[in-house]
Design a protein. Sequence first.
Lengths: 116, 111
Amino acid sequence: EPEVTQTPSHQVTQMGQEVILRCVPISNHLYFYWYRQILGQKVEFLVSFYNNEISEKSEIFDDQFSVERPDGSNFTLKIRSTKLEDSAMYFCASSPGTEYSRTEAFFGQGTRLTVV
Amino acid sequence: KQEVTQIPAALSVPEGENLVLNCSFTDSAIYNLQWFRQDPGKGLTSLLLIQSSQREQTSGRLNASLDKSSGRSTLYIAASQPGDSATYLCAVKAAGNKLTFGGGTRVLVKP
């Protein structure tokens, strides 16, 4: 069964460093997303991406964050100058392209980011 | 702004009992509602998707209902098993293309 793959599963970084979280969405899906879950809190939306551009972003997704689809398979989230409060589980998700509003979102296993 | 609430936050039942998990949302103008399972420290596994036009969706021992007008969904898990122990999340898709999640219900099924 096709699945969304995220790497690494766990990343520890020093405050102020840049990190790149990687995702391989399900092939033939056209919508890609990043969500995050701070420990003990709700899963919250960060950004959606379609047709090589951001289609929607939350107020959390400020200039510190960027997304990219560098090739036909990968989807990345870059966090510049990480802060302690960026520590969270980051989830990548994808959904098919037709009738995006009605389709199921498939999530990866997450990358646990710890900023020290 | 859409708010999603799940009650109770935690639930403990003996094996074999049916589970009833509740989800409520404030804005009834949704496209669909999705139920997920999350094991500790793991990702989100999609269980069921209910479109806004549907009242019910079933998969094996799982049954989810949707009452859009009252802003409620219920996930029923029949004949619970210890392997059903996990956190169950509901999420709604409304305007835009993002999911808004509830806080989850942590379920423990005791053998």
